[in-house]
Design a protein around this ligand. Structure first.
Ligand code: PLP
Length: 455
């Protein structure tokens, strides 16, 4: 493992080139308690490897890989250099009817990491766009196959597939849905795989819950198999504070999809690029889905990029008709943006050269031990972990759901100099894959002190 040298730290601690803003009003922040943030901001100015630095130069240990994305660590020299060189050489090239070499190179590299015959990559710019793109590919695929009645999409309760109308509709987080009306018609949901009574304090995939995949049989019975286009699930639901798939669940879902010819989409926006110890979680579970969505880790978070990896048969179903005609009426101006492609290639090189996916797998037992050491602390109701992720549920205050979680995040940043993610009253810890064993200890020491200090 690369040493995080003093020179690097010193470089990162230099004063930021960005002026500290004295007016925070103009930026309506996403998924943020804006008023609370602006009353007591958590500003970040620089980063290097495992650390963020505040504008004043205080080091913050990154226990969240930013937002589950900087898997190779922050501001890695080779990624920075690749982005700089690309910006100087080719700032933008359209990928509608034109192309640039690195887009093809990166697509092939990503496809080579994917299981089975998932051979084609459709690029977009985020996980939300990836989810919507995958759903649109599913619908258009059935249309191309002469089964245009297959229009229903099935998601899962507590699932997260981003904030586009498609992803939101198949997603199962009530707060993300309730203000937005009916969204997509023809959507159904599997039950969440989480049951605290049966699964509390599981290390890795829980033993209980494979049978919940059979819910798909119920949905098929209700709507008929001939109307269902696709099922989309995360192999590990991250945004709802780490819900690992029960042992055997994903295999069972695959079998039922095969039985009825339904497409299976794995949303690997979080689990892709090493988070569960493999390039894709599909490999961990020995399941080949029909499509995999990815984003975040593909560039180690350095430039926005997302995409969908598609089985050959699905891609080929579109390749009909006159050759001058566009086969799939979908895409984004910035699909396969040159800077993202350069960053993606450099990130994949780093993952390979430092064997970071295997490293994540190797340190998994130490990670689980450290996470479970928090069992028994006040208000800790459950701890779940799989790969390099841990979710810690705290009891909610009776009169203020989410307040204890918010206080944990504030204490983490201001008192303990650590960043982690909160979802309501749950804490999610998901560091870059370069985290050292001593930093694992440091992360859970800090989180433990935060939990003890909470009212
Ligand atoms: C599984 C999954 N899908 C989609 C998304 C949305 O990604 P983005 O925020 O890049 O749109 C996320 C974000 O966390 C995610 O976890």
């Amino acid at each position: 493992m690369r040493q995080q040298t003093e020179a690097h730290m010193a470089q990162a601690q230099k004063t930021s080139t960005a002026a500290i803003p004295n007016d925070l009003a103009g930026f309506w922040m996403p998924f943020t308690a804006n008023r609370a943030f602006k009353a007591r901001p958590r500003l970040i100015a620089r980063a290097k490897d495992m650390h963020y630095y505040t504008p004043e130069g205080r080091a913050i240990l990154d226990g969240a890989a930013g937002l589950w994305c900087t898997n190779a660590g922050h501001n890695r020299d080779s990624i920075v250099a690749a982005i700089q060189a690309q910006a100087a050489e080719l700032d933008f090239a359209p990928t509608f009817q034109f192309g640039h070499p690195r887009a093809f190179e990166l697509a092939n590299r990503i496809a080579a990491l994917a299981p089975g015959d998932l051979d084609s990559v459709f690029f977009c710019n985020s996980g939300s766009e990836a989810a919507d793109t995958a759903l649109k590919i599913a619908l258009a695929y059935w249309n191309a196959r002469g089964q245009a009645q297959r229009v229903r999409c099935v998601g899962r309760e507590r699932g997260y597939h981003g904030v586009g109308f498609g992803g939101m509709a198949v997603g199962g987080l009530a707060n993300n849905r309730k203000a937005f009306g009916v969204m997509l018609p023809g959507v159904d949901h599997l039950a969440s795989t989480y049951n605290r009574e049966q699964q509390a304090f599981s290390r890795g995939e829980p033993d209980w819950g494979a049978h919940l995949a059979d819910e798909l049989e119920r949905i098929v019975a209700l709507h008929s198999d001939t109307t269902i286009a696709a099922v989309i699930v995360e192999p590990m639901a991250g945004s709802t504070a780490v819900l690992p798939a029960p042992k055997g669940y994903l295999q069972r879902l695959r079998a039922i999809c095969d039985k009825y010819g339904i497409l299976l989409i794995f949303d690997e926006v979080i689990t892709g690029f090493g988070r569960l110890g493999h390039a894709f979680a599909a490999e961990r579970y020995g399941v080949v889905p029909d499509m995999i969505t990815f984003a975040k880790g593909v560039t180690s978070g350095s430039v926005p990029m997302g995409g969908v990896i598609v089985r050959k048969e699905i891609h080929d179903a579109f390749m009909h008709g006159p050759e001058h005609v566009v086969e799939f009426f979908h895409g984004y101006t910035y699909s396969a943006h040159p800077l993202a492609c350069a960053a993606g290639l450099a990130a994949l090189d780093l993952y390979r050269d430092e064997d970071l996916f295997a490293r994540a797998k190797k340190i998994e037992p130490a990670w689980y031990d450290a996470a479970m050491s928090l069992k028994g602390l006040p208000n800790v109701l459950d701890i779940r972990c799989v790969g390099l992720t841990a979710g810690i549920d705290l009891a909610s205050k009776p009169d203020a759901v989410g307040k204890r979680g918010y206080e944990a995040m504030e204490r983490g940043f201001h008192d303990e100099s650590i960043m982690f993610r909160i979802v309501g009253d749950s804490i999610a810890v998901t560091p870059p894959l370069i985290v050292s064993e001593s930093q694992i200890g440091e992360i859970f020491d800090k989180v433990g002190r935060v939990i003890k200090a909470l009212a």
